[in-house]
Write a protein that binds this ligand. Structure first.
Ligand code: ATP
Length: 242
């Protein structure tokens, strides 16, 4: 009998400390290939800490993080990025003094043929028409929401194995939030696994396959979204939007 595929990411019993303060207590979860896990919980629950720990910006004091069968819990952030984990909105920055089109072309600098670059750019503009309309505009003059869309378009051009999305739609107009989710869908279709931290809980649950709910640095609920039932019981009503 053939073995099932190992998950893209396996977080095993990690603890994270900031000096004497322990933010994460024995958290474990995994993300299957091409699937999305929503990481939910109230403010201060530890969602961003987990995102930063996976990206290598913070080290766990205990436990391990296995990415593509390799333990990355002691690997530097730049090596983790090279292995195929991208975090947005941080991570791959955009260049303010370059145009939208130049930013996208820079992401494609390793593509060999001009026709390949042109076809990928067209695909990006089809997914994000707003960027097509602003192709010649300097990225630094885009609105905050448009800059996030540009960052997503760069991810779409070179899809990572794992995309960590930490509050991408925070403070954005609903129409831009729709574009963010359309972009995430396009990236997911390319086979990228996604860890989604999102204040619009209902949107996150519509998009995700699995959810992990944190409270005070611990997992209090985890499983397929379809089996989790009514989240009102668990999540703070004020955080439940969208
Ligand atoms: P939010 O939804 O508000 O962003 P979160 O679930 O992402 O919250 P974290 O930002 O991971 O939570 O914070 C978890 C805990 O760790 C909080 O108590 C926070 O104050 C603490 N914390 C986060 N970053 C640091 C830091 N650099 N130094 C010390 N404590 C920190």
């Amino acid at each position: 009998m053939s073995k099932p595929n190992p998950p893209t990411l396996d977080v095993r019993d990690i603890e994270v400390q900031y000096g004497p303060f322990r933010a994460i207590f024995g958290v474990s979860f995994s993300i299957g290939r091409g699937t999305t896990v929503a990481l939910l919980g109230p403010n201060g629950a530890g969602k961003s800490t987990i995102a930063r720990t996976i990206s290598g910006l913070v080290r766990p004091s205990k436990g391990s993080i296995i990415f593509d069968s390799t333990d990355i819990s002691r690997t530097s952030a730049w090596k983790i990025a090279r292995l195929g984990i991208t975090q947005v909105p941080e991570g791959r920055g955009i260049f303010s003094s370059l145009s939208v089109s130049e930013n996208l072309q820079l992401a494609l600098r390793c593509q060999s043929s001009k026709s390949q670059v042109a076809s990928l750019l067209n695909q990006a503009y089809e997914t994000f028409p707003r960027l097509g309309e602003r192709a010649l505009q300097l990225a630094g003059t885009l609105s905050g929401g448009e800059q996030r869309i540009l960052a997503l378009a760069r991810v779409l051009l070179i899809p990572p194995k794992l995309l960590i999305v930490d509050e991408m739609s925070l403070g954005l107009a609903p129409v831009i939030v729709d574009e963010v989710f359309a972009g995430l869908s396009a990236i997911k279709e390319l086979g990228t696994s996604i860890l989604l931290i999102e204040q619009h809980v209902n949107r996150a649950l519509e998009f995700a396959d699995q959810a992990v709910v944190l409270s005070k640095g611990e997992v209090i609920l985890a499983g397929p979204v379809s089996e989790l039932g009514d989240m009102d019981r668990i999540l703070i009503p004020g955080k439940r939007e969208g």
